[in-house]
Design a protein around this ligand. Structure first.
Ligand SMILES: [Zn+2]
Length: 134
């Protein structure tokens, strides 16, 4: 299990311990994935596809449990389950781009990454299910 803090090692040096998205809070697993305002915006955007408003819990493992409960509100359960991992994966990829490649955080690009990953994992049938909600 990775520690709570997510230190960045670049060229052998430890980088900033601040969140690469908001640069105002310490970067922890829970902050980067569910508490950061940037990540919250991505989760909210994706949840809006199913017209779901949710208040995210404090911890990522609690959010995983809630996601499965919210699944009952989604009409396409398979898309719903893949979407969680696609969102999580996209946050991590963009975080690494910002940290290691001086990338930028653009929410539209993150949304495109999520959609692309849902399609790659689930195929065109899953895209049709997702398009109904977009
Ligand atoms: Zn942040």
């Amino acid at each position: 299990m990775v520690g709570e803090l997510l230190p960045k090692f670049t060229d052998g040096l430890v980088g900033s311990l601040l969140c690469p998205f908001c640069k105002s809070s310490e970067e922890t697993i829970n902050h980067i994935f569910i508490k950061c305002k940037w990540s919250l915006r991505l989760w909210s955007t994706c949840l809006s596809w199913w017209e779901i408003l949710a208040c995210l819990p404090e911890k990522l493992n609690e959010w995983m449990d809630c996601w499965q409960v919210l699944c009952q509100a989604a009409k396409s359960i398979r898309v719903w389950m893949v979407a969680f991992h696609a969102i999580y994966w996209s946050i991590w990829d963009i975080r690494n781009e910002v940290v290691f490649k001086q990338g930028v955080t653009v929410i539209d690009r993150a949304v495109e990454m999520v959609i692309w990953r849902v399609v790659c994992v689930g195929g065109m049938g899953m895209l049709r299910s997702l398009v109904v909600h977009l």
